[in-house]
Ligand binder design. Structure first.
Ligand SMILES: NCc1ccc(-c2ccco2)nc1
Length: 328
């Protein structure tokens, strides 16, 4: 089988939401290739946390089964998190269906999830080894769906301020230009991870970024790269400054932003368009803009939605590889 759902950006492309059906109930969810729990807002939450959200009611699903004694607890890089209980139910994403998918019913969620009323949970699409359910770890939707998918793949087609799509089991060649370029991924840490040891800015010379890795993460808004990339890139942007008050690099909104070229797995170069690196104005005057490329320390970079806006991405769970091509 296969399934396709629309991926709709929140205001400002902060995250992309897509509908899934759980035991007959539709929930708009944040698909996250950087984590591996499918958790949902539920009627088990305090009433105040449920306000404004779609809340899954397990008592209204005839196919829901609790997993006695199972629980989950997850925290994300941005400090947000959720925890609760676990059951199984039928999950249908655009036609791709898993009859006994572990669904994690939140009994507590952090404040930033409560206030993000467009999102009613996450669909984790990284490797199942990262799943937080105890005492028995559970599988992701993609792992469970794979054997019945026409191809063992899912694709992300995320667009700047426009509706895109997530697709399971099929690669829609009308959604990208040219040919897909492939790399193997390193699954050791449970991410869709690859090396990225070179980069260039605009038409500039390639610069080394030795020992660096990156993950493809649809659940992170920005593109988080190490100091070498940040300095190499923003040294080419007139008026770019590290603005501690705002919390990152800003530049004049009128700045002409060069493309960023990053090596993927030593196999190909991915282009992140300059226009996609202009993330948003920092205030209503629209004079100063916040960069979509921001710093992260260490050598595991996080290529989030900013990278996906320039590239159609295929995740192949059959042979643990990943492909990219410019959007069509
Ligand atoms: N990268 C995982 C992830 C996704 C969303 C969120 C989030 C916090 C508040 C609203 O959304 N946090 C982390």
């Amino acid at each position: 089988g296969k399934g396709t759902v629309a991926a709709t950006p929140e205001q400002g492309d902060v995250e992309y939401l897509a509908p899934i059906n759980i035991g007959g109930q539709t929930m708009n969810m944040d698909f996250d290739s950087g984590s591996s729990d499918l958790w949902i807002f539920s009627t088990k939450l305090p009433a105040a946390s449920q306000t404004g959200h779609q809340n899954f009611d397990s008592t209204k699903s005839t196919s829901f089964k609790a997993i006695t004694g199972a629980s989950f607890s997850i925290s994300y890089g941005d400090g947000s998190g959720a925890a609760g209980m676990v059951g199984t139910d039928t999950v249908n994403i655009g036609g791709a269906t898993v009859t006994s998918q572990a669904i994690e019913l939140a009994t507590t969620v952090s404040a930033s999830f409560v206030s993000d009323t467009n999102s009613n949970g996450l669909v984790g699409l990284a490797y199942s080894k990262l799943n937080t359910v105890k005492p028995t770890q559970q599988k992701t939707f993609f792992d469970n769906a794979m054997p019945s998918l026409a191809q063992p793949v899912f694709t992300a087609d995320l667009r700047k301020a426009a509706v895109g799509s997530y697709e399971f089991g099929n690669i829609d060649s009308t959604k990208f230009n040219g040919s897909l370029q492939w790399t193997a991924v390193n699954t050791t840490q449970g991410f869709w991870q690859f090396s990225s040891t070179k980069f260039s800015v605009g038409t500039g010379a390639a610069m080394a970024n030795p020992g660096n890795q990156a993950i493809a993460d649809t659940g992170t808004t920005l593109m988080l790269a190490n100091a070498a990339v940040i300095n190499g890139y923003y040294s080419q942007v007139q008026g770019a400054v590290n603005n501690a008050t705002v919390g990152g690099v800003t530049f004049p909104c009128a700045a002409k932003l060069p493309d960023l070229n990053v090596d993927v797995g030593g196999n190909f170069n991915a282009v992140v368009r300059g226009d996609d690196i202009n993330f948003a104005p920092v205030d209503a005057t629209g004079q100063t803009c916040f960069g979509g490329l921001q710093a992260i320390s260490g050598n595991l970079q996080i290529f989030g939605d900013i990278m996906f806006k320039s590239n159609f991405v295929v995740f192949n769970g059959g042979n643990n590889s990943l492909a990219m091509a410019p959007h069509g």
